[in-house]
Design a protein around this ligand. Sequence first.
Ligand code: GPP
Ligand code: MG
Length: 289
Amino acid sequence: MTAQMTGHPAAPVLRTRYQESVAAYWDTNRDDPVNLRLGEIDGLYHHHYGVGDYDPSVLAGPADTRDQRVIAEMHRLETAQADLLLDHLGDIAPTDRLLDAGSGRGGTSLMAHRRFGCEVDGVTISEYQVDFANRQAGEWGVADAVRFHFRNMLDTGFDTGSRRAIWTNETTMYVDLSELYAEFARLLPFGGRYVCITGCYNDVTGGRSKAVSQIDEHYTCNIHPRSAYFRALTANRLVPISVVDLTTATIPYWELRAHSSVATGIEEAFLTAYREGSFHYLLIAADRI
Ligand code: GPP
Ligand code: MG
């Protein structure tokens, strides 16, 4: 397909060595039961964490079915996280267009289409994820409305002012926030909404803690301080309307995950970082002015 046919600029999708390494990480991360076994439950494959209390009875019941109950409960909490994000998008009409920036295997986009009935485009720099998510959209019978593209969220190629709302669900730790929000300010019309869920480190406790560094190392990412979000939003005409500290709400998810067969070894770093206060799990909703 030529650049002209897609409306996308001729620039390469991956611009830097760092972006190549991030793409390689997600392209090769194909055997991840912590995400696949959850997604298999209902066809919503997430790449984000959960919020809310877990039902303690999932740990108490018969041992032979315990793990499946734990996995189903983790999935319920991850889907609740995406629902919370969508709650902050505001009024979305079926004629609106949305952008999922860093769309992973597509779970949040499919939920957005199911809720609002509108078109959703997802972009990711992992070609594996693009193919996986487009296959899911096909299986859901919504491939005409929910489309995933091999594009860079810093330079999407979509038309100026074309998006009623944009979200990033745990993806901003891979990019420069100034570049990202400049692109979002271009894509959103006046009054358009941006919603971010992210992990960020705490300026008040100081620099990057050891636990936060372990998370960066694990995912090949670069977690930003809390201050960087508000500075970059404000500099790009994105004015916060809601800021929700989800730190307390996400801790049970990590406690449950630590008890599951699909734990990856990063659970203790998240629990330490959240409990010691060096790291927050934050939702920010902002309007484009
Ligand atoms: C992906 O979720 C998470 C990240 C890319 C970035 C780190 C997020 C922070 C809030 C710091 P995932 O579902 O792919 O992770 P896992 O495989 O561990 O479940
Ligand atoms: Mg996951």
